[in-house]
Design a protein around this ligand. Structure first.
Ligand SMILES: Cc1cc2nc3c(=O)[nH]c(=O)nc-3n(C[C@H](O)[C@H](O)[C@H](O)COP(=O)(O)OP(=O)(O)OC[C@H]3O[C@@H](n4cnc5c(N)ncnc54)[C@H](O)[C@@H]3O)c2cc1C
Length: 697
């Protein structure tokens, strides 16, 4: 069922008292009880019972009873029956030990059932979407543990000494717990997030324009993929002396092109997101002074599913209309889903407006402070909801039709994961962004995007050395000193590794510098799937087809390069790139005899499948070439030829953008926010900002 916005308690709009006041109110019946009991007056039991009833009545009406108030009511019912029914004085004479023992049991039980009792009052401060957030729960587990300690100490004090319940010591302990809760729930969340990244808290101050020797650089970048080039371009523009070292003769990494006869093909990249006014790609190009207006062509997309052709419209309305035509009974739900997704997507890009890219949570805390960061879930409830859920969770909240969910999960995203294991954040970047703001192709083919960044590096005095492999990242006492290629040493104050983090940690660094635990962590990271790619020059005019066609059941995508830029094939002909994800081990190594046979068979199979979608391919392939997982591996040194680097699913963690070696950064698909051209640009923006010092754009 689609959530009804009206049933979603928004604290700002309903103007309820702050959660800390609600928590304090829950102790009101206890305070009255303790005060009257200390004067040996049993009437306090009845007054406390009355207050408890009133507190709980309001919660029953709101259909959300809090564990502490339920326990209080239960206690005072039992106490009233005991005091007035069986005439026992126990609930007055031993009020202290009994009540603190009860509160201790309540607090511990709430921890065991993962509903720390302080979190229930704090829910008044946060939107429903944030209540399951692990940091929110961790923060309140800590405050509840503190309360448990206070209850325990109070129980011991009143049980084993003459201290009355109204003594300053008891009042001080309870007040301290309340003040700690108020403080920690605004500061604690940021504190906990920062703790996770403690080992990576270093900063190397590099001042641009300093005196440098010939082979001495401010920044050395290993690898000229989009992440490496983007970082280098941003820093060169700031006046840093930058060196980019690329092992291949061409820059671009996976974002490359291939030319055969008169046909030009994307070497793999099918579509690019983030190409809109406030998108990270446009933001970066703008800040480099690169004109983005003529650099991209917008895709037209078609999905093939169960014999149906679904041409997706542009923008939120276009998508809703295209899908509602096929699933009219789901129309309202599709609208609600797209509305929720667009709220979250634009909330994510609020950071882009200010800092040029979305930010991981620890940077949000670092840049905005703990207190401001604690406010964000209130300001961006939709975003925090997506961040806590999988894409399948979000689809399931709104949509019922399985076929519709399959269609919405199939966008040629940048994950290589299923909806179930795609984290909401990845879905926002890889699926929702292109849906709302379009997906694009660099005019003249993907290499042109890399070339534009490389030109920017050179124009600003940076050096790019191609066909130069970095053999070692030089370090001394866990601090980078530079890079070595063959016999040549290049000193650098900061090294940015665009090479995959596993290849970097295991091949380019000294193991004892990296440290065993980090190496174990890196080894534990799984890789994403690889791909088989076919490049076909076709002796037919395919301009009547959309530029991007995804066959969902066939599990492959066809990109008609020449439909986006007619210069990419001779007149009346077409250049197509077909990508089918496959496992690395599904393909033999190049040395094995059957390698070439398998390559031919796979290519023929993919062409056959594609001919069902584009009959004009039949017998009209003039140029044919293919790339296997082994080709992808050798092209970029990406372990297992993984097309998206590390596993992009919610199971997979990924390295922080600062390595545990001072001065060593990771950029590109290895780190936040993951794989894809847009994400590589986000990581480059973050890395460059971190090196030069954060400033608002
Ligand atoms: C078939 C395929 C299809 C894809 N489709 C899409 C898509 O449609 N949309 C999308 O957004 N993304 C797509 N991707 C993913 C996207 O291409 C990558 O996530 C992105 O390009 C990664 O950029 P990067 O900055 O991490 O660098 P990479 O592209 O991984 O480049 C790293 C560079 O480092 C160099 N290098 C490595 N080791 C060394 C060394 N020791 N010394 C010097 N240089 C070194 C490599 O040669 C390479 O140039 C696709 C990928 C593949 C393979």
């Amino acid at each position: 069922m689609a959530p009804d916005p009206a049933s979603n308690p928004e604290p700002q709009s309903t103007r309820r008292p702050p959660g800390i006041v609600i928590l304090a109110l829950s102790f009101l019946p206890w305070a009255v009880y303790w005060w009257t009991a200390s004067q040996a007056n049993p009437a306090g039991v009845l007054i406390a019972l009355g207050i408890s009833c009133a507190l709980l009545a309001e919660q029953v009406l709101a259909r959300s009873a809090r564990i502490l108030d339920i326990a209080s009511l239960t206690y005072f019912i039992v106490a009233a029956v005991g005091t007035y029914g069986s005439d026992t004085g126990m609930f007055v004479d031993t009020a202290g030990p009994l009540s603190f023992a009860t509160l201790l049991v309540v607090a511990l039980t709430s921890l065991i059932v993962r509903r720390p009792f302080t979190s229930e009052a704090a829910k008044y401060d946060y939107p429903r979407q944030y209540w399951r957030n692990p940091t929110f729960l961790a923060t309140h587990s800590i405050t509840t543990i503190v309360w448990s300690g206070v209850f325990f100490i109070c129980a011991v004090i009143v049980a084993f000494s003459e201290t009355p319940l109204t003594s300053p010591l008891i009042i001080a302990l309870m007040t301290a717990a309340l003040i700690f809760t108020a403080f920690f729930q605004t500061r604690g969340q940021g504190y906990l997030i920062q703790q996770r990244f403690k080992p990576y808290e270093w900063h190397v101050r590099v001042v641009p324009g300093g005196d440098r020797q010939q082979n001495e650089f401010d920044i050395a970048v290993v690898g000229a993929g989009i992440g490496g080039l983007g970082t280098a371009a941003l820093l060169a523009k700031e006046g840093y002396k930058v060196l980019v070292m690329e092992q291949q003769p061409e820059v671009g990494g996976f974002c490359g092109s291939l030319m055969r006869d008169d046909f030009v093909f994307s070497s793999g990249v099918l579509s690019i997101g983030g190409v809109w006014d406030n998108g990270p790609v446009v933001k970066m190009l703008d800040s480099l002074g690169v004109q983005s207006a003529n650099l991209f062509s917008r895709h037209s997309s078609r999905l093939m599913y169960k014999g149906q052709r679904i041409d997706m419209g542009n923008g939120a309305n276009g998508v809703v209309n295209s899908l509602s035509d096929i699933f009219p009974e789901e129309s309202a739900r599709i609208g609600a889903f797209v509305q929720d997704a667009s709220e979250a997507f634009y909330q994510l890009h609020e950071y882009t407006r200010v800092f040029g890219s979305p930010l991981p949570d620890h940077l949000v805390v670092q840049l905005m402070g703990e207190r401001a960061a604690a406010q964000l879930p209130r300001s961006y409830p939709a975003l925090y909801d997506w961040m806590n859920k999988s894409y399948a969770d979000k689809l399931g909240e709104y949509l019922t039709n399985t076929n519709l969910k399959v269609l919405l999960s199939s966008a040629p995203g940048q994950n290589g994961t299923t909806a179930e294991d795609t984290p909401g954040l990845r879905a926002l970047i890889g699926v929702i962004g292109p849906m709302l703001e379009g997906s694009y192709y660099p005019a003249g083919s993907p290499r042109n995007l890399a070339a534009a960044l490389a030109d920017s590096v050179r124009q600003h005095g940076g050096t790019i050395m191609t066909a130069y492999r970095t053999d070692r990242i030089l370090t001394d006492r866990r601090q980078v000193r530079g890079v070595r290629s063959g016999d040549e040493i290049f000193q650098a104050h900061v090294v940015v590794a665009n090479v995959n983090a596993r290849a970097c940690a295991l091949q380019l660094l000294e193991a004892n510098e990296v440290g065993g635990p980090y190496i174990d962590f890196i080894k534990s990271l799984g890789m994403s799937r690889s791909a088989f790619v076919v490049y076909a020059g076709v002796d037919s005019d395919l301009s009547r087809y959309p530029s991007l066609i995804t066959d969902i059941e066939g599990d492959y995508t066809i990109l008609i390069n020449s439909n986006l830029d007619p210069r990419l094939a001779p007149r009346g002909r077409a250049s197509i790139t077909m990508v089918a994800p496959i496992g690395y081990r599904e393909f033999p190594s190049r040395e094995e005899r059957e390698y070439e046979d398998r390559k031919r068979q796979f290519a023929a199979l993919l062409i056959r499948k594609a001919t069902e979608v584009i009959p004009e391919l039949d017998g009209r392939i003039a140029v044919l070439e293919a790339a296997t997982p082994r080709t992808l591996e050798s092209r970029t040194s990406m372990p297992e030829g993984a097309m998206y680097g590390f596993d992009q699913s919610s199971r997979g963690r990924r390295p922080h953008f600062r390595a545990p070696i001072t001065g060593l950064y990771f950029v590109g698909s290895s780190t936040y926010p993951g794989a894809g051209i847009e994400s590589a640009i986000v990581s480059a923006t973050i890395c460059a900002n971190d090196i030069r010092g954060w400033k608002r754009v």
